[in-house]
Design a protein around this ligand. Structure first.
Ligand code: GLN
Length: 304
């Protein structure tokens, strides 16, 4: 086995010297003040080992990473019928683009771009009696951690400024692909994006996708076939118009968020989370992408 501890430490030390760290997302005002100097890595191995470095224990806004968790919950409740309302193709477009949505009659390219996540949010709003609470409980159970919560300030901040998400939701509505009202679906979506976790909690939350559907307490959350499909979507769509680059450089299923977090995993081996809030021009963490590239290169542990 590679010496994980010294590998992640040396990656962290080397990248942390970087003065070019990308730009913190400012379009959600509440996120604009986050210090770009934060940088943490947490590795959670299925064998039981874990390794950590830097700011791994500071909570951050997981943003789009939450789309995988809402998809998992919707998939487990609704089964394959969700694929009638959302496709499984990479978009090659930024996360908040709506041009393909219009061209393709309101069927979003995949559930990991904003429009697709709004359809998944609509499924959960329809199926759950208390959607926000039940989604939060789902994530807490998955992670075995009741301290996980929404940051309401972040949710409200995005509610005030999330015009592109309003536009996408109205477009979906105009095509008949949103059953609930726009405000209710967006309120749910902005809250799911405003979940806060640290790197360790994130690796715990995603453990089930590296462990054939079983969480760290060994409870089944998805079937193996459903896990395969979600991991395939993360590999092909998890980084929007940089999904090819992530597969090329890193070679793992993963998901990024504009809060600067990235989660990635190697089935049956590990989940790994990085957090560095500076983003590249595609909206993915600048240092996080590099850290994961160096990690899979040094350990030779990618799906390829
Ligand atoms: N809440 C953000 C949005 O909808 C999530 C985007 C992201 O993390 N890429 O714009």
């Amino acid at each position: 086995m590679p010496d994980f501890s010294s590998i992640i430490r040396s990656i962290h030390t080397e990248l942390d010297r970087n003065t070019h760290r990308g730009k913190v997302a400012t379009y959600i005002p509440e996120l604009a003040g986050i210090d770009a100097e934060n940088f943490g890595i947490y590795l959670n191995c299925i064998s039981g080992e874990d390794h950590k470095v830097g700011d791994w224990d500071k909570p951050f806004s997981i943003q789009s990473i939450s789309k995988v968790l809402s998809l998992a919950q919707a998939f487990s409740i609704e089964g394959n019928s969700i694929w009638q309302r959302v496709d499984v193709e990479p978009s090659g477009n930024p996360f908040n683009h709506s041009s393909l949505l219009e061209l393709e009659n309101g069927i979003p390219r995949n559930p990991l771009i904003n429009a697709g996540a709004l359809v998944i949010a609509d499924v959960l709003v329809s199926k759950l009696k208390h959607p926000k609470e039940e989604f939060l409980n789902y994530v807490r159970n998955l992670t075995n951690d009741d301290s996980i919560a929404f940051n309401t300030k972040v949710a409200l901040s995005e509610k005030r400024t999330g015009y592109k998400n309003y536009a996408a939701a109205y477009l979906l509505k105009s095509f008949g692909n949103l059953n609930n009202d726009v405000e209710t679906v967006l309120d749910f979506y902005f809250h799911q994006c405003a979940l806060e976790m640290n790197c360790q909690q994130l690796t715990n939350a995603f453990y089930f996708l590296a462990n054939r559907g079983y969480c760290m307490r060994n409870h089944a959350f998805l079937t193996e076939s459903q896990v395969k499909r979600i991991n395939a979507l993360m590999l092909t769509c998890g980084f929007y118009d940089e999904a090819g680059e992530f597969a090329f450089e890193v070679g793992l299923p993963g998901k990024s968020g504009v809060g600067g977090g990235i989660i990635a995993l190697l089935p049956n081996q590990y989940t790994i989370a990085t957090w560095s809030p500076g983003l590249n021009e595609k909206g993915n963490s600048h240092l996080g992408m590099q850290a994961l590239e160096q990690f899979t290169t040094a350990t030779k542990l990618s799906i390829f």
